[in-house]
Design a protein around this ligand. Structure first.
Ligand SMILES: [Zn+2]
Ligand SMILES: [Zn+2]
Length: 173
């Protein structure tokens, strides 16, 4: 997802541009592809361009309970300042190295692909659940309990209940 900012870079700070994007974004490693619908606002700053992004995407996730693949909707908000790569290389700009700002290359192209991927991965849940009431897999026979029922008596075999039962019987005796 490339945006040419050469015209904007010639304008005074405070000048803005709006872009509506609907695209498939590939990270620089070229592995993941995500579809992104984004509203991008760019504003010329003294050092570069301020990027404000509001975006949405559906990322492919595997449910932590039932192990089924599904599309998880995510929202992304980005507020970052992109700097000119040649200024950064020449040490003209003072910034925290750890921040790794997005860069505008020598052709005045701003590539949003990696930053969108980075924010998308942050917005993706660590323990994705396909739906709030996902019943998961039967821990004994492994069938997907969202799709069918089984005859297993998991409540009696669940070791966590054994501990609880012991506690109850000890306190009762
Ligand atoms: Zn699930
Ligand atoms: Zn079962």
């Amino acid at each position: 997802m490339h945006l040419n900012v050469s015209q904007l870079m010639r304008e005074p700070s405070g000048s803005t541009r709006h872009h509506s994007l609907d695209d498939t974004v590939v990270s620089s490693e070229g592995v993941d592809e995500i579809k992104i619908v984004a509203d991008v606002k760019l504003m010329r700053t003294l050092r570069g361009v301020w990027i404000s992004v509001k975006a949405g995407s559906d990322v492919r996730c595997t449910c932590a309970r039932c192990l089924v693949e599904y599309l998880q909707p995510i929202r992304i908000t980005i507020e970052e300042e992109a700097l000119l790569s040649e200024d950064v290389a020449a040490g003209l700009i003072d910034f925290d190295e750890a921040d790794e700002p997005p860069l505008i290359d020598e052709n005045r192209e701003l590539d949003l692909s990696d930053i969108l991927h980075q924010y998308a991965s942050i917005a993706t849940p660590m323990q994705p659940i396909c739906r709030e009431d996902c019943k998961g897999l039967c821990e004994l026979c492994g069938i997907n309990l969202n799709e069918m029922k089984c005859e297993c008596n998991t409540e009696l075999r669940d070791p966590r209940w054994d501990v609880l039962r012991e506690v109850v019987s000890v306190s009762e005796s």
